[in-house]
Design a protein around this ligand. Structure first.
Ligand code: GLA
Length: 390
């Protein structure tokens, strides 16, 4: 069953009525610009055709009741209990409920109402796969509360509120990319976001190509601290580089030339992390004219270079991701392959000639399984519309 049907069914089972509304928010895949969003860089994600759907109605009580259809669990909260992350009976909110509760909390902080609702939700974005299942939950609930609360905000403002929920409530110090892509995505388009100015525009997908997502099935949670550590190393690099470059605000402001000149002033690990960022931001700058001019081959080379950098400098890959990329890159029709999202498991993104995408997927899956013993999920994905009511 698709997430919409699953959510509607779970709603009816639990509340014995039909939901009034359904909200949907997609996951995302990022083609280039990895870990640069919290360094004021540029990112190039697309919203995908996998999403979280919420079936919902206003509640007649002051209590929000949520059903996570995919877990067969329910949770409740009221605005008064949000800050302590407990349910009305005093038990802790389950982990999955932190995303909707955090969204309600962030809305409250912004003076926006999140009226009590009855809701059931379901997603076909694999959790912890680097495809932003959590951002999609935040954005879907943002849309749902905007409907029930009778207020409206731009998709970008909704994305910022979702990021705040994740940073301050859930406790992951993520950047803006995932919520942005889920809220602002456009069908058949790549989204180019300047994470400093928050200006964005869409670009065509490279002609005659398909985006193939390959899930290693290896999972690691971002809350494990590695993500926040990487972010701290970037901040440390800025602090140290300011000794010679007093005007910089973020690694975005450091040119590759300046970085090469000053890299010896940084501790080894900080230097590696910062080099990835400075060079990755440069790659995204180069990518824009390539995409506009249809230079797909060269764009694919940048994707490949990004993987090497994430593996060796930023050190967020795992052997299974490396294996998936290693098998993919030489396959016929493959322009570029790399890990996508935060890393430490999850998916790779592959840009493949459309007429060879089927054969590509058929070769990649079995070979990965042969080498790792893991059964991967591989699919050709469509760039889709951002969050909204259905
Ligand atoms: C996670 C975060 C994003 C971004 C990516 C890496 O998905 O949520 O903000 O930093 O990792 O590019």
């Amino acid at each position: 069953m698709n997430p919409r049907a699953t959510a509607m069914q779970a709603f009816q089972n639990r509340f014995s009525q039909l939901p009034l509304y359904v909200a949907r928010a997609p996951g995302r895949v990022n083609l280039l610009g990895e870990h640069v969003d919290y360094n004021d860089g540029f990112v190039l994600p697309a919203a995908i055709d996998r999403a979280t759907c919420i079936a919902f109605s206003p509640s007649s009580t002051d209590r929000t009741t949520l059903v996570a259809a995919d877990f067969g669990e329910a949770a409740q909260f009221t605005p008064g209990t949000l800050s302590s992350k407990t349910q009305p009976d005093g038990s802790p909110l389950p982990e999955w409920a932190l995303y909707p509760a955090g969204t309600a909390w962030a809305l409250g902080e912004a003076g926006l109402s999140s009226p009590a609702m009855l809701a059931a939700f379901s997603s076909d974005i694999p959790r912890g796969s680097g495809l932003s299942s959590s951002a999609s939950i935040e954005m879907a609930f943002g849309v749902a509360w905007s409907k029930l609360g009778g207020w409206s905000r731009s998709p970008m403002q909704l994305a910022l509120l979702g990021q705040k929920a994740e940073n301050r409530y859930v406790g992951v110090n993520c950047g803006i990319m995932d919520q942005f892509a889920s809220a602002c995505g456009e069908a058949e388009r790549l989204m180019l976001l300047d994470c400093r100015s928050l200006e964005y525009r869409s670009l065509p997908l490279p002609e005659n190509t398909a985006i193939v997502v390959a899930d290693t099935t290896v999972r690691r949670k971002l809350t494990s601290g590695e993500y926040n550590d990487r972010r701290a190393a970037c901040e440390e690099a800025v602090r140290l580089l300011k000794r010679d470059l007093p005007d910089i605000q973020a690694l975005r402001d450091v040119s590759v030339e300046d970085f090469n000149r000053l890299s010896h002033t940084l501790p080894v690990t900080v230097e590696k992390r910062a080099r990835h960022i400075v060079e990755e931001i440069e790659r995204t700058r180069q990518a824009i004219p390539m995409l506009e001019q249809g230079r797909t081959q060269e764009f694919g080379q940048l994707m490949n270079a990004c993987h090497v950098s994430l593996r060796d400098l930023y050190e967020v890959s795992v052997p299974e991701l490396d294996t998936m990329v290693q098998i993919a890159q030489p396959l016929p029709g493959c322009f570029g392959a790399r890990l996508t999202g935060g890393g430490f498991g999850g998916c790779t993104v592959n840009l493949v000639a459309s007429d060879q995408a089927g054969a590509f997927a058929q070769s990649l899956g079995p070979e990965y399984e042969r080498r790792t013993g893991l059964h991967p999920e591989i699919y050709i994905c469509q760039a889709s519309q951002g969050a909204g009511l259905l």
